[in-house]
Ligand binder design. Structure first.
Ligand SMILES: *[C@@H]1O[C@H](CO)[C@@H](O)[C@H](O)[C@H]1NC(C)=O
Ligand SMILES: *[C@@H]1O[C@H](CO)[C@@H](O)[C@H](O)[C@H]1NC(C)=O
Ligand SMILES: *[C@@H]1O[C@H](CO)[C@@H](O)[C@H](O)[C@H]1NC(C)=O
Ligand SMILES: *[C@@H]1O[C@H](CO)[C@@H](O)[C@H](O)[C@H]1NC(C)=O
Ligand SMILES: *[C@@H]1O[C@H](CO)[C@@H](O)[C@H](O)[C@H]1NC(C)=O
Ligand SMILES: *[C@@H]1O[C@H](CO)[C@@H](O)[C@H](O)[C@H]1NC(C)=O
Ligand SMILES: *[C@@H]1O[C@H](CO)[C@@H](O)[C@H](O)[C@H]1NC(C)=O
Ligand SMILES: *[C@@H]1O[C@H](CO)[C@@H](O)[C@H](O)[C@H]1NC(C)=O
Length: 763
């Protein structure tokens, strides 16, 4: 039960693991003939997205001869890359996810592979800095040090010419830099959430783009614009005077300002005048690094350093590390050395453990972005500046699984976004998995992320290995289960590349130990189908509201807010009460093990299925037993949700949807745009029916703290099924109305107790 069901999903890679922790290099080039017929695949017309690939990249069916190996494979990968260009046709779909053409191309969309060891012209050149005994305060002689060393910058002009992704990202970064160039420097403002974190991250995002543009052009307009952004962030009009300017009592802000200044200082080191350099350095010390050193012994600014496994620890240690690395040797006070002696052990003791043994991030799917950006920037900077990661990549041996967490928590209708969503992202992206894909040998992470809307940013230019080839979906299991007791969730889908795919995710897990970013939501689920989300999440409440982060105890004020209460989730309520924070669910799951192949078009077999069940009895008072199960049936075209419950209090089934809902007895029709999904209760007990209501608190809920109110949930309807106390086997069937599927193509599954579910129990 506790294994990672799909860990060996058939993905194979061309490199031994663990991959070298140093940047890779290989010398020598060999010319190889290119067979275009093998490059250009056939386009299938069917279920997937209508915008077929540019006709220049489609045509004859692929050569079905034996797959090339070694240098021939590398050569073929290179020519395919040039011929096809970007895989997706767009990343600006409704949910900002990539749209893939309906196509098959067994030469291109094949096993994820790195070719750096076979084709030098696809790979990064050799790094001449190879310390035999790396020390965190002994830095490479040349700049830049942070994120990536100069040899990677120097290789970019050639690589951009031959790699379509690097070209697209370079163009986009220049476009973004040009857009920011015309704006006023970021004005000081409280961001309505936590302080001045938005200010800091927006400045960091701009500085990276400006500094990149400068290094790629030597045009001093970028240098000047970077300086005006920095000058403004330390000016008298920017926040309070004195050492609190960067808001150290909300240290994330301080850490992100420090990271922004560190990047500007280091990437543009040789271009600054002596005066500018000294201004940037002394500002960074005064407002960032000195308060940072103090934070390690000051609980008001440094609580995050003490036993905190979450994004705070990663972001704060990362910003301070980057700042310290940037000024090593230029500043001789010893401040940088003292900081690095604290940040590395602190991140090793805390940050890296936010990844559980199954790869799940301890907070939420959105907080994963903040924590992993911090951890990846810190690690990449240490690796680049000093030649080692000091165990940040290996001490938590499960860190490498966190790319799967992100991939599987991403559905075609966006993230399974349980709990809080977090603040604006700005400089925060999912590009940490490009870095881990490279250094932890997961080409599928790199292939997944390179198509995402947030891929174009400077980090990607260095973390992407242009020798990667293949398709992330080739051989990738459709389902995966994450069952560390702290998280316990599963994701199942009908395709990785069809924007209309069916996607179901459900969670159990403990309700404490998530940095107070979770909801009381054991049993919560989402469903996507037909290109939209049918059962979804409400997201964060107001971070500034009274008691919102007070604690995760049962009597915490956090649990007074609708979006955090059990009634605000897609699960069962008993006596309209919140779930018990002491819940310790157990889970069960299985999958037919279906994996996608090379094609973007996948027609799964009729018996292809997966299910996830949870014993949620411990989450409730007044419940003798409660088991919830969710599964795909009928060849992944329908979903069955079943609750086997015995409760001495009133029971209410709840689901939040953006759909327009029409109920009729035991059925409901959900409509979003021109798409429909039918819901029905099977074997409904007499007198039981569906009803709908607004997503608002019950009038008899305990009162909110004085002066507080819940957020509105505009457009959201709650579908409900109310049952008096008793014992039930409540089956709810979800039938998305797929085009071309007639009423008789839908099945009515048999009743099988959740405890007896198997892969074949519903055939
Ligand atoms: C390496 O890739 C380049 C394209 O980037 C290609 O022109 C060359 O033929 C390849 N060499 C080998 C040995 O595969
Ligand atoms: C990067 O993009 C900019 C803007 O599109 C372009 O002018 C520049 O030539 C590109 N750099 C390279 C190395 O191709
Ligand atoms: C960067 O530019 C691209 C292309 O214009 C745009 O889609 C994207 O939103 C921009 N990113 C930011 C953070 O402004
Ligand atoms: C920028 O200037 C540096 C130092 O003179 C030089 O090495 C580099 O080639 C120049 N880059 C560009 C894009 O002109
Ligand atoms: C802790 O940090 C706060 C905020 O910067 C500061 O006001 C306070 O003096 C510090 N406490 C100590 C003991 O240094
Ligand atoms: C869950 O993950 C945490 C963090 O990695 C780990 O300490 C714990 O041992 C894991 N629990 C199980 C049951 O594997
Ligand atoms: C409604 O749609 C928004 C935007 O796509 C999404 O963030 C939210 O989760 C959806 N809400 C529900 C209840 O599905
Ligand atoms: C459980 O039921 C008892 C008796 O009706 C009631 O006093 C108690 O509040 C209930 N607990 C919850 C959490 O609803």
């Amino acid at each position: 039960m506790a294994d990672y069901a799909n860990e060996n999903s058939g993905l194979t890679t061309s490199r031994a693991k663990p991959r070298s922790r140093k940047w890779l290099w290989i010398g020598g080039a060999v010319a190889v003939a290119v067979i275009l017929a093998a490059v250009l695949g056939g386009v299938l017309g069917s279920r997937a997205h209508k915008n077929n690939q540019d006709s220049s990249a489609s045509g004859a069916a692929a050569d079905s001869g034996p797959s090339p190996t070694g240098e021939a494979a590398a050569s073929q990968a290179a020519s395919i890359k040039e011929a096809i260009g970007l895989f997706p046709t767009a990343t600006n779909s409704q949910y900002l996810l990539p749209l893939y053409p309906s196509t098959t191309n067994t030469a291109a969309y094949t096993t994820p592979t790195f070719h750096a060891s076979t084709n030098a012209s696809l790979a990064w050149p050799k790094d001449s800095f190879q310390p035999s005994n790396p020390q965190p305060t002994s830095v490479r002689p040349d700049r830049p040090r942070l994120i990536a060393p100069s040899y990677k910058w120097n290789a970019l002009p050639d690589l951009i010419k031959s790699d379509p992704y690097l070209k697209f990202w370079n163009d986009t970064i220049f476009g973004n830099a040009t857009q920011y160039f015309g704006l006023e420097p970021v004005q000081y403002h409280l961001d309505g959430s936590s302080g001045i974190l938005d200010n800091a991250r927006e400045i960091k995002m701009r500085v990276k783009a400006f500094a990149y543009a400068y290094r790629m052009t030597n045009d001093t307009k970028w240098l000047d614009r970077t300086f005006s952004e920095l000058e403004n962030a330390v000016s008298d009009s920017f926040g309070p005077s004195g050492t609190d300017k960067w808001n150290p009592t909300h240290f994330l802000d301080t850490a992100e300002f420090t990271a922004a200044f560190a990047i500007a200082y280091d990437w543009l080191h040789d271009a600054w005048s002596a005066d500018q350099r000294s201004t940037i350095l002394s500002s960074m010390k005064t407002y960032g690094l000195e308060v940072g050193l103090d934070a390690f012994s000051n609980s008001s600014t440094g609580w995050w350093a003490n036993n905190i496994e979450g994004n705070w620890n990663c972001v704060c240690n990362s910003g301070l590390t980057m700042g310290a690395l940037a000024i090593l040797e230029d500043d001789t006070t010893g401040l940088a050395e003292q900081l690095i002696a604290k940040t590395i052990p602190n991140a090793l003791a805390n940050c890296i453990w936010a990844v559980s043994s199954d790869g799940t991030w301890s907070e939420t799917a959105n907080y994963w972005y903040f924590g992993t950006t911090g951890l990846a920037e810190m690690t990449a900077s240490l690796l680049s500046a000093t030649g080692s990661d000091y165990g940040l990549l290996s001490t938590n041996e499960h860190l490498e699984l966190t790319g799967y967490y992100h991939m599987y928590v991403t559905g075609p209708g966006s993230l399974f976004a349980y709990g809080d969503h977090g603040p604006n992202k700005f400089s925060t992206t999912a590009n940490a998995i490009l870095f881990w894909g490279d250094v932890l040998n997961h080409p599928e992470y790199m292939l997944f992320q390179r198509d995402q809307h947030d891929a174009p940013e400077p980090n990607s230019m260095f973390w992407y290995d242009p020798s990667v080839s293949g398709a992330f979906w080739d051989g990738l299991a459709l389902d995966r289960f994450f069952d560390n007791s702290t998280d316990q969730w599963g994701a199942m889908r009908s395709s990785w590349t069809d924007e209309d795919a069916l996607y179901v995710a459900m969670k159990a897990g403990t309700l404490q130990g998530h940095q107070t970013h979770n909801d009381l939501d054991a049993g919560d689920f989402v469903i996507d189908a037909l290109g939209t989300r049918w059962a979804g999440e409400l997201g964060s409440g107001n971070y500034l509201s009274t008691g919102y982060f007070s604690s995760d105890d049962q009597d915490s004020q956090r649990w007074l807010y609708y979006r955090k209460r059990t009634e605000g989730q897609n699960t069962i309520l008993v006596n309209k009460a919140n779930q018990l924070v002491s819940a310790h669910p157990t889970v069960n799951h299985d999958t037919s093990g279906t994996a996608q192949g090379s094609s973007t078009v996948l027609d799964v077999a009729q018996d292809s299925t997966a299910y996830f069940t949870a014993d949620l009895s411990s989450a409730y008072d007044n419940v003798t037993s409660f088991k919830r199960g969710i599964r795909m049936i009928n060849g992944r075209k329908q979903v069955l949700l079943q609750d086997d419950i015995d409760a001495s209090g009133d029971i209410m089934w709840r689901m939040h949807t953006n759909a327009t809902v029409t109920v009729s007895g035991t059925t409901a029709t959900l409509t979003i745009g021109d798409k429909k999904l039918d819901l029905s209760i099977l074997n409904a007990p007499s007198g039981v029916s569906m009803s709908t209501g607004p997503a608002v608190r019950f009038s008899d809920d305990p009162a909110l703290p004085a002066g507080e109110s819940d957020q509105e949930n505009p457009g959201v309807t709650v579908v409900m099924i109310s049952l008096p106390a008793g014992q039930y086997n409540l089956q709810v069937l979800f039938n998305p109305q797929w085009s071309g599927m007639s009423a008789s193509d839908f099945v009515t599954p048999p009743f099988v107790a959740v405890d007896s579910w198997s892969l074949t129990s519903h055939n």
